[in-house]
Each structure stands twice: as structure tokens, then as C-alpha cells.
Design a protein around this ligand. Structure first.
Ligand SMILES: [Zn+2]
Length: 277
């Protein structure tokens, strides 16, 4: 198996994923990663490992892509659990009663939710991306795990803070003990935004300026992964507990789908996390 390190994630060509290797090695039984666009069954513009049922691809191929991933990572497809993502800040606790929600149909997804978390084993949480920021949460003490989908709207709504608060409430997790990972997203190199967005970025974190590079005439480059990192450190997550790929989806369309780079007509990668039973 050919592998290369991408800062805490390992690119696995045999499973067509980035594996969150630092966590998997340290915590046996934990499965966490992010799919590449390669290695699936879908045709252009969804070629080839499209994980999103909501983008107009053939649903049978999407389901097959998800099944294949589960085989490759050795998790049962029946426990794939995902939500209808709406760029909001709502997060939800998942139990065995929800396991399998949305695995092969849109109409039985967890409704209108961008963050999922659980303390139960034998559930695979999944969420979908093409430029937005994938956040992974893990409390080594309780074993609770979670995923949050943070595009610019979710980021400025501080879904990262919602997750940290939900972990505190449900699993008694302390922010200073949480581990967080940030997967591939559109980077500060490529994500150009205007004042409308920057006005909200200013309300998001005290040190928001670290995530913004002004360009000419009311345009800015926004580093969304960095802005999420600032939100989380301001909530008390230690900087050294946050790992990141720093891979830009728009710069690497050989590896990733990019909504912006590909003009909106493209597939979705999946972030995933679960405990093997
Ligand atoms: Zn870039």
C-alpha cells in the first residue's frame, strides 16, 4: 500500500481516503478519515467517488461508493449515519436508534443538522464536503466522537462552539481535553470573499484578523480552516490538540471535489468517524 503523510492524516491509495492516522494509531478501534474523489463508480462531473446523494448523481452509484468505502475501512454499511446539511449550527446526538439514517436515501437522513456526535460504538457518522471545512471531535476520556460541517455560514455561526458545548453537556467533556482535527477544505490561498462575509467574520472570533488577507477593492482571502481553529482555541481547546491537513480542495482537484473551482457541478467527499464494535 502506497502512503504519504499529509500532516496527521495519511493518504491511503488502496482505500482512496485520507486516514486520521494519529488518532487511529493511538486509539485502537477508532476509525476516522476523509474520502478522496478517486476510487468510485460515478461518472463526470461526479467522477468518481461521489458520496453525496443530493447533487444529481445516480443514487445507486452513490450508494455503491458508500458501500465500497465501508468495505475498505472495515465498518458495516448498515450503520452509516448522516444528516441533511443546511449550513446551520444545529448539532445532534446520535444513538443506535438513528444508526443507518440516510445511508441510501435522502428522505430518512437526520433532518437539518450540520453536526453529529455519539458516545456509542458501532455507529459510523458521515458528512459531506466540496470546499467546506470538515471538523472532527474526540474526547479520549469519554470516548465521545463527532463531526461538524463548517462552510462560511456554519463557521460564522460557530458550529465548532456548538459542538464543544454539546460535548460538555452530553459527555461531561472539557474543552481543554478535546482532540480536534480539521480535514481538507478550500484554503486561504483560494477562498475569495467580499465585505458581506467579512462583516460576519469579525463577530466570529476575537482574533479573526489572523484568518483574513485583504485584497484590492473590498475583496479578501478568507482562511476558513484557520477561522475555525481560532473559534476552538478561544473556547479552550489547546492549540496542540488541533491537527490539520492544510490541503486546499481548490488547489488539488486531482484529489478532491471543489464546488468553487468546478463551478458548482461536482461531487462530494465524506468525512467519517466511528468506533468498531
Ligand atoms: Zn488553494
Amino acid at each position: 500500500m502506497e502512503e504519504r503523510n499529509v500532516a496527521s492524516f495519511v493518504l491511503s491509495e488502496s482505500t482512496h481516503t485520507l486516514i486520521l492516522d494519529t488518532w487511529e494509531q493511538q486509539f485502537p478501534g477508532l476509525v476516522a478519515g476523509f474520502t478522496l474523489r478517486t476510487g468510485g463508480q460515478s461518472d463526470a462531473p461526479f467522477a468518481s467517488q461521489n458520496m453525496g446523494l443530493h447533487v444529481g448523481d445516480d443514487p445507486q452509484r452513490v450508494t455503491e461508493n458508500r458501500r465500497l468505502l465501508c468495505e475498505r475501512i472495515n465498518m458495516p454499511f448498515d450503520v452509516w449515519t448522516c444528516a441533511d446539511q443546511v449550513h446551520g449550527k444545529n448539532v445532534q446526538q446520535i444513538t443506535r436508534h438513528h444508526a443507518g439514517a440516510g445511508k441510501d436515501r435522502l428522505d430518512d437522513c437526520i433532518q437539518a443538522t450540520d453536526g453529529l456526535h455519539t458516545e456509542e460504538h458501532g455507529i459510523l457518522l458521515a458528512s459531506f464536503y466540496a470546499d467546506c471545512v470538515p471538523l472532527y471531535f474526540f474526547d479520549p476520556k469519554s470516548g465521545a466522537i463527532g463531526l461538524a460541517h463548517a462552510g462560511w455560514k456554519g463557521t460564522v455561526a460557530r458550529i465548532a462552539k456548538e459542538m464543544i458545548e454539546a460535548f460538555a453537556k452530553r459527555y461531561d467533556s472539557k474543552a481543554e481535553e478535546l482532540l480536534v482535527a480539521i480535514g481538507p477544505a478550500i484554503g486561504g490561498c483560494c477562498y475569495e470573499v467580499d465585505d458581506r462575509i467579512i462583516d460576519q467574520v469579525k463577530q466570529t472570533a476575537l482574533s479573526w484578523m489572523e484568518s483574513v488577507t485583504p485584497l484590492a477593492s473590498g475583496k479578501y482571502l478568507l482562511d476558513l480552516p484557520k477561522l475555525n481553529r481560532l473559534v476552538m482555541t478561544e473556547c479552550g481547546v489547546p492549540e496542540e490538540h488541533i491537527v490539520s491537513t492544510d490541503l486546499c480542495t481548490s488547489c488539488h482537484t486531482d484529489l478532491f471535489f471543489s464546488h468553487r473551482k468546478e463551478g458548482g457541478k461536482t461531487g462530494r467527499m465524506a468525512s467519517f468517524i466511528g468506533w468498531r464494535k
